[in-house]
Write a protein that binds this ligand. Structure first.
Ligand code: G4P
Length: 291
């Protein structure tokens, strides 16, 4: 599939983002990396590790309300094994966000103890939020600060930094660091498109829906049967299934031809709205899972 993502990251843009993040890093004690729990690999930028180096990191598996709960547990274990503090969140409702402060205290325990030893009574922790577009960075900041932050997250917008108090022990930089997604791998591009991180008007909707059907047929065939009342036969391609679903729904054009474009939009809309259920499109390596 040819990817023409909505967000074009040019070298200049990347350099500017890198510079900004590096600059802000010197001011914070920890970084919260927000990822989409449905695509914890594709919604990360692999360059972040090089950028933030040894800075303590909290991984926020956001949109957990839309992800497969068992898969999210495995991802939590995976990130924990990599040495990060981890939390899940639903930043639409705010569920889980309250775990952030205690987790940061745990993550930064040594640093806080050292500050107290130096005579600081109530040392404050400073945090910045980073992530690729649409993972929920602004929603996270808003929920965490109870709406006190005025989030401006358009790339390239320069504004003076503002620290927003979350509680007496935590201050948040109100501007998230926006990383660029990695589009070089077409599979990554597809997953970003399935979840709606890439806008549809720049993609071939039918092609994308065929890929999604393929994926769902391979992993969640029962869901397709339940939702679209179609039989998934061995060897059915995604496009054939899209046609079957459209026919079943009665989306017919002249000559009894199925309006597959209409069905494609419906499949993607329903998938993104969670009407087909909760899905995680990427599997965590299992070896790190602790019982
Ligand atoms: P960003 O700053 O990283 O770019 O992301 P932002 O907070 O703007 O969130 C992107 C979209 O994801 C928003 O939806 C937001 O409501 C939604 N969202 C954020 N966190 C969660 C979550 O944990 N669960 C769910 N289900 N959705 C989440 P939108 O369609 O752009 O706007 P709207 O629906 O809020 O109007």
């Amino acid at each position: 599939m040819e990817q023409k993502p909505q967000i074009q990251w040019f070298p200049g843009h990347m350099a500017k983002t890198r510079r900004k993040i590096t600059e802000n890093l010197s001011l914070v004690d920890a970084v919260a990396e927000v990822v989409d729990a449905r695509i914890p690999v594709s919604s990360r930028n692999p360059e972040l590790s090089a950028l933030i180096a040894a800075k303590p990191r909290l991984v926020v598996l956001n949109k957990a309300d839309m992800a497969d709960a068992a898969a999210t547990r495995r991802w939590c274990a995976h990130f924990r094994a990599a040495g990060y503090a981890v939390m899940t969140a639903d930043c639409k409702t705010g569920a889980g966000v309250q775990k952030c402060v205690p987790l940061l205290h745990e993550l930064l325990a040594d640093k806080l103890a050292a500050k107290r030893e130096k005579g600081m009574k109530n040392p404050t922790v400073r945090l910045m939020v980073v992530g690729i577009p649409n993972v929920g960075k602004s929603s996270f900041i808003n929920k965490l600060t109870g709406g006190k932050a005025k989030v401006e997250d358009r790339p390239g917008v320069t504004r003076s930094k503002q620290w927003v108090p979350v509680d007496p022990t935590l201050e948040l930089l109100d501007t998230p660091g926006i990383l660029w997604p990695k589009f070089d791998d077409p599979e990554v591009g597809k997953r970003l498109a399935f979840t709606g991180a890439v806008k549809d008007d720049v993609l071939d909707i039918e092609e994308l829906a065929c890929y999604l059907m393929d994926y769902l047929a391979a992993h969640y065939a029962d869901t397709l049967t339940e939702r679209y009342k179609i039989e998934v036969e061995p060897g059915d391609t995604g496009c054939e299934l899209l046609e079957k679903a459209g026919r079943k729904r009665g989306f017919l054009m002249r000559g009894a031809q199925v309006d597959t474009e209409r069905m494609a939009r419906i499949l993607l809309d329903e998938f993104r709205a969670g009407k087909l259920g909760r899905f995680t499109l990427e599997t965590a390596p299992t070896e790190e899972v602790t019982p």
